[in-house]
Design a protein around this ligand. Structure first.
Ligand code: NI
Length: 313
């Protein structure tokens, strides 16, 4: 009824009551709209076109967008599998040299950083090409490039390469332990993640080193293909050497502190993709194409067609 139709002062109370009822009705309506909206946000985004099963768990808005959501779920699942694989191999306590060689995957590894070329070049090409890699950091170098380790976790895995790039087998036990532990702490602080991968400088390890690394919950990662970038050849030779020797499951040793390596990676990543290789981190390789017990026991000889060097790293 229009307000204009109620002019008699004796109806004042009734008009006030009417206004109160209208206000109450509006409140109820607003509450119903609110509940419907909340239910739509909580359950509606889980349905999708294919009617995916609803778990009843509220889904946040930013991941409820088709392919992006699936990509994020796949990434989280692979991260979980990778962590489990690393824990498994750390418990076995034998160094890893390559994958099972059954899948066309390669793990590029970059040692001795972080350095001046890491963020601008290596991380850039990996991001641009949707490739992933593993970085083994020298603890004392992190203070010069403190923000890089965290950036590296966005395109790959990050491990311990000792505090001072020490040849561990030449040190007494306390010094050896400090080298490994101090770097593990520094890398963990810089990445804000647990550090579960270790690579000994020069590949130098013995029983005491292996026990120390295992006691810290890390797996020792060696390599099956030495790019020999540390010898200083030009980048074209480096690319040719890796492409000629690469096999499914190869773990490739490189160093992101040499200009020739930086130039090579720009060619190497697309060339490996062109050959059909997927570029993964070491933990991903251990999850997706894990080496067998027999391979682990044979060490480098468990990696067919390996091209390696005993003195690099
Ligand atoms: Ni090294």
């Amino acid at each position: 009824m229009p307000e204009a139709g109620r002019k008699r002062p004796s109806r004042l109370d009734r008009e006030r009551a009417l206004r109160r009822r209208r206000a109450a009705a509006l409140l109820v309506l607003a509450a119903i709209v609110g509940v419907v909206l909340a239910l739509t946000l909580a359950f509606g985004s889980g349905g999708g076109k294919g009617g995916a099963p609803r778990t009843g768990t509220p889904v946040t808005l930013d991941v409820g967008k088709g392919p992006k959501k699936h990509a994020q779920q796949a990434r989280e699942k692979l991260d979980e599998l990778s962590q489990r694989a690393v824990t498994h191999f750390a418990e076995i306590g034998l160094p890893v040299y390559c994958g099972a060689t059954k899948k066309k995957m390669v793990a590029l590894t970059f040692d001795d950083g972080p350095g001046p070329y890491t963020a601008g070049s290596i991380l850039h090409v990996l991001r641009k090409r949707h490739a992933r890699a593993t970085f083994f950091l020298v603890g004392r170098r992190i203070q010069n490039w403190p923000s890089i380790p965290k950036m590296e976790t966005e395109v790959g895995a990050v491990g311990d390469h000792t505090w001072n790039h020490a040849e561990l087998t030449g040190l007494d036990e306390n010094a050896m332990k400090s080298e490994v532990e101090d770097a593990q702490t520094a890398v963990a602080q810089a990445t804000q993640r647990p550090v579960t991968l270790f690579r000994p400088p020069y590949g130098a390890r013995d029983g005491a080193v292996d026990r120390e690394v295992a006691s810290l919950g890390m797996v020792t990662v060696m390599w099956s293909l030495d790019s020999l970038d540390w010898q200083g050849g030009n980048w074209k030779e480096l690319v040719a050497r890796v492409l000629q020797a690469v096999r499914p499951g190869s773990i490739v040793l490189m160093h992101d502190i040499h200009p020739n390596t930086i130039s090579a990676v720009w060619k190497l990543v697309p060339a490996l993709h062109h050959l059909g290789y997927r570029l993964v981190t070491v933990p991903e390789l251990l999850a997706l194409d894990p080496p067998t017990d027999r391979q682990l026991q044979r060490g480098i000889d468990g990696c067919p067609g390996n091209v390696t060097s005993a003195t690099a790293g």
